[in-house]
Design a binder for this molecule. Sequence first.
Ligand code: CA
Length: 232
Amino acid sequence: MPRHVLVVEDEPSIAETIWYALRTEGFDVSDAATGGDALAKLASETFDCLILDVGLPDMSGFDVCRTLRQTSSVPILFLTARDSEIDRIVGLELGADDYVAKPFSPRELAARVRAILRRTNGNTLNHATSAPNPSPSANTLDHDSVRKVIRCAGQSLDLSRNEYHLLLALMKNPGRVLTRDQLMDLAWQDPGTASDRTVDAHIKSVRSKIRTLAPDFDPIETRRGLGYALRD
Ligand code: CA
């Protein structure tokens, strides 16, 4: 049975790119251009996943999420255009399952949707994914210092520069808790531009990229009130 995804995006060119990427991957796709339209569709149809733009013409994606969460636990992937929105998604615990920042690659978006569906609906989609078959022994992180890539379960992680240095700092100190300040100093070229929330948002993104390659692998541990550590 194809999975049914609702794409809530008011910009037609972006919406079309997403529909195309998802339909190519075999998803059944519906669309809504406003928050009101989305809530009406969600009230009358069942969806396996929601892709929700934050900036909608009639209400914000946050409002849609808040309203929806009163009655539904459908997985939500936010589309964001600004760092300040990422901070809100991470900081306010809106009940989002993931987010993708614009501009994004349609392939990455489709991979994130597959990862969300794997997490929320067991393994029924495994046959449809191009990711390697995850096995417990494959859940490793390796650093290739020559190519400057980090591999997860044998595949290169597609990390931003800051994400790469952040994960590398944790890998170089396995089992040791690094505070957000320490991580900023180690990973950011100009640490003054980062905030605690920025570190949290990057950790969230790294975790999500690791899950895309190894769904059951969660090597980064959150130590509440302290910082982050890589599991030994
Ligand atoms: Ca928009």
